[in-house]
Write a new protein. Structure first.
Length: 110
């Protein structure tokens, strides 16, 4: 039975420290952040990264873009949801069947 959740691949951090010292403690921390992100759904992923951006302060969004590969808008949206919970959307997770249809479904074979 399918659960409908797609497993994301682990993003490889592109920061200079991870490229020059791939076995450092910081590189391991970046890999751990990306492993956690693969287990989260869309809403919790942006909230988790938004929390990290708030904790890291100035420059945190840019660092998280390099570490996670998420867009600036996603990180900023997660940060805003945490700072102003009353304005956070109640949804945020796509419904099953949403998005682009498969090519096989569009053009079935005769």
């Amino acid at each position: 039975m399918k659960t409908g959740r797609r497993r994301h691949s682990v993003h490889a951090c592109t920061c200079a420290l991870c490229e020059y010292h791939p076995y450092s403690a910081v590189a391991e921390q970046h890999r751990a952040i990306n492993r956690v992100l693969t287990t989260l759904d869309e809403r919790n992923r942006r909230r988790f990264v938004g929390l990290l951006a708030l904790q890291w302060g100035r420059g945190g969004v840019q660092r998280l873009i390099e570490i996670t590969g998420l867009s600036r808008n996603t990180i900023s949206r997660g940060r805003e949801e945490l700072q102003h919970p009353s304005r956070a959307p109640t949804g945020g997770i796509r419904r099953p069947g949403g998005g682009r249809h498969r090519v096989e479904k569009k053009y079935p074979t005769s």
